[in-house]
Design a protein around this ligand. Structure first.
Ligand code: WTA
Length: 688
């Protein structure tokens, strides 16, 4: 049942914005007055789209957005069917476009979109574009870690390469519904592998190639793939990382636990390592270059139901092991394509670069599927953004004449012209107003709107994001919800709060890109996301809404932290730390970090009689690197002879967060602690 109640709060506010004349800009004062008193008082915070931009924008006015948004929530079936019809379906979905139960009080939660519709997302990304005359358009520009290494593929060439991998996978017995693990860096082979899986209906599970062998093994054991796709090594900055060794260790770990993988297709990445020096297990390991090119460049697609799984992507939660977020085909396809088009004001002449790795959701939805579904030209960069120097990113922008640049707000600076840029995007963490202004003024020459996109692995695509050109922006606000998304802010009791407020960000009713379950654990899906605030999907984020209806994300309210756009559960870091034989207990919190957004701050208590030392500190950090991956290494270890606990033994993280950020005058009430003395002790040890 998708019929929805439209009179959400932000709509009323947007209605008041709808009088904004299309394309009006440049004279904020005038516009602020036109917008009415509410906005006039905040005129200094508003950044209007320029006349030039608004004139050419896909959505040139708040009025237009409002019309479309209204329809998207009043008639979601009609709204999304019209959009979905632009894709190729072997046969159309049934009469029920969407069926869902988003309210746990009414029984099990489920979501279905376009059920009965038969399609294939790889076909829609590639064959559809080739068939419509865009075969010679560049699909991917690839830039290597080292300057001077680059390559590109047209849509026709990409299709051929995808077909060869798909034929190989089919030949070794991978069938519709089988899992395939992909552990590759940002070579073109990574999206090629994803698309090849999609073509034959296999379910890809990409594991970010910065994860350790232990983390990879854990994921392999959970989804039991027929085959793992990897490469022998990669250069990241000036370092060579031996990915194949990591895969070998993960596969033997899985085998010990009874999960054996038959095949490991290994790409020989010659810029990093030659095959002769790569460790090899005959019978299991196969060189990509030896087999894939021998297959036909034509591969029949496997037509699948809209609700057949497309991929699994593991993500961190506040407790327990990583969760396998499951996305299905039809709704995800329609949603990523539509969000990409509108949030970036995409035009066929654009050159688009998203700096995310395909190991994260951003690389799934906005490196691979969303852009290719729109027939876009996408830049892929293998290396680190600051290698060999901080100007590298802007080199790449200039080299490929990038017009849309989508990144996490943790990159820096200047030197290059960046004249080609027209839209900027930001994701992964709240962007503070001064960083916003820097991005806007310096990177975008005050010309380019910023699409600050709020979303999650679970949501599949953008949820709250500016539609550039449609309305004035406020630095630091993700602005308004995307079509079909009904955000709700609730208090601790789960009661919806209206108007200007702050609280927990939830969503009422599904959107096509919603994840459908956690792989193998539907109960955990319901408990984590639908039980905290019955009636809603709970995002885990805090949020406020100002009097003009703009949404402001304030960060996670659970024990999840975002480090340079990498989502990490504090519980995972803690369990890695306590696996060290000398560590008795650990409590991890996030702290503000100038470069990474958030840093990892770990309090550790040691086993009785073990002295704290520099060597132990380093060993603890190494333990985390080995068990999760280098990106999860704590920035700070704080030796704690005792941790602040309540009398019932619960660690009071609120106090630890204050100590970690040195807000010592904001410790609050410590009288309920079992031993209030530990707080002073921790403070005394803070700078050791
Ligand atoms: C955070 C990444 C503020 C948020 C796409 C969310 C943001 C988590 C924004 C999801 C944004 C993402 N402003 N915070 N524009 N975008 N976040 O699953 O805390 O890796 O819950 O997906 O990132 O991280 P994930």
């Amino acid at each position: 049942n998708c019929s929805l109640n439209t009179t959400t709060n932000h709509l009323r506010h947007v209605e008041s914005m709808a009088v904004l004349p299309s394309g009006a800009g440049k004279i904020p004062r005038l516009n602020a007055v036109i917008l009415g008193e509410a906005l006039a008082s905040e005129e200094d915070d508003l950044v209007f789209p320029s006349d030039d931009f608004a004139r050419q924008a896909l959505l040139p006015s708040a009025q237009k957005y409002l019309e479309m948004y209204k329809r998207s929530v009043e008639d979601p079936a009609g709204f999304w069917s019209d959009i979905a019809s632009q894709f190729l379906w072997k046969s159309k979905w049934g009469d029920t476009v969407c069926s869902e139960n988003f309210d746990i009080r009414n029984g099990n939660v489920y979501v279905q979109w376009f059920k009965g519709g038969i399609t294939n997302i790889c076909y829609n990304c590639l064959d559809r574009n080739v068939d419509s005359g865009n075969g010679d358009k560049i699909a991917f520009h690839w830039e290597g870690n080292e300057r001077g290494f680059h390559d590109s593929l047209t849509y026709t060439q990409l299709l051929s390469q995808v077909c060869q991998v798909a034929n190989y996978l089919r030949d070794i017995g991978v069938k519709k519904g089988d899992a395939v693990v992909i552990y590759l860096p940002m070579l073109m082979e990574l999206p090629i592998a994803m698309l090849a899986c999609a073509r034959i209906g296999a379910v890809h599970s990409v594991v970010f190639a910065g994860f350790s062998a232990d983390s990879l093994a854990q994921r392999i054991m959970d989804c039991k793939p027929k085959v793992v796709l990897t490469c022998n090594a990669v250069k990241r900055g000036s370092k060579v990382i031996h990915l194949k060794d990591i895969v070998d260790a993960a596969l033997s770990e899985s085998a010990k636990n009874g999960i054996s993988v038959d095949a490991c297709l290994t790409y020989e990445n010659r810029s990093a390592m030659m095959r002769e020096t790569t460790k090899w297990q005959d019978g299991r390991d196969i060189w990509w270059q030896d087999v894939v090119p021998t297959y036909s460049t034509i591969c029949e697609v496997e037509w699948v139901d809209a609700e057949d799984p497309l991929f699994l992507l593991y993500t961190s939660g506040s407790t327990g092991k990583p969760k396998g977020v499951l996305h299905t085909t039809g709704g995800y396809m329609v949603y990523t394509a539509t969000t990409f088009k509108y949030a970036f004001d995409y035009k066929p002449s654009d050159i688009y670069w998203c700096t995310a790795d395909c190991g994260w959701i951003t690389g799934h939805s906005y490196v691979t599927y969303g852009p290719l579904l729109n027939g876009a030209t996408v830049v892929i960069y293998e290396g680190a953004p600051n290698y060999p120097d901080p100007g590298r990113c802007w080199d790449i922008v200039d080299k490929f004449k990038v017009t849309i640049f989508y990144t996490a707000p943790t990159l820096y600076v200047t030197r290059y012209s960046r004249k080609s840029l027209r839209v900027l995007g930001s994701v992964g963490e709240p962007i503070n107003p001064s960083a916003w202004r820097w991005f806007f003024n310096v990177v975008g020459d005050s010309r380019c709107p910023i699409s600050d996109t709020w979303w999650q692995t679970e949501t599949g695509g953008f949820m709250i994001a500016p539609l550039p050109g449609a309305w004035p922006q406020k630095p630091g606000s993700a602005t308004f919800p995307f079509f079909g998304v009904q955000p709700v802010i609730v208090d601790e009791k789960g009661v919806e709060i209206e108007g200007e407020c702050s609280g927990y960000l939830c969503v009422k009713s599904s959107w096509p890109g919603t994840f459908r379950t956690l792989y193998g654990d539907h109960e955990r899906y319901e408990t984590t996301y639908f039980k905290p605030f019955p009636g809603y999907y709970f995002s885990g984020d805090g949020c406020s809404r100002d009097k003009d209806g703009y949404y402001w994300l304030t960060g996670r309210v659970d024990d999840v932290i975002n480090v340079s756009g990498h989502r990490i559960g504090t519980a995972e870091v803690e369990s890695a730390l306590v696996s060290h034989p000398q560590c008795a207990e650990a409590a991890v919190v996030g702290v503000e970090h100038e470069v990474k957004g958030q840093g990892i701050y770990a309090f550790v208590t040691l086993v009785d009689g073990i002295p704290y030392s520099e060597e132990l500190r380093r060993n603890l950090i190494t333990t985390v690197r080995n068990q999760i991956g280098p990106f999860a290494a704590p920035d700070r270890i704080h030796w704690a002879p005792g941790l602040p606990k309540t009398r019932s033994g619960k660690i009071m993280r609120r106090i630890l967060r204050k100590i970690a950020s040195r807000q010592l005058d904001e410790l609050g009430d410590t009288s309920t602690l079992a031993d209030p003395g530990v707080v002073d002790q921790l403070i005394a040890l803070a700078d050791c």
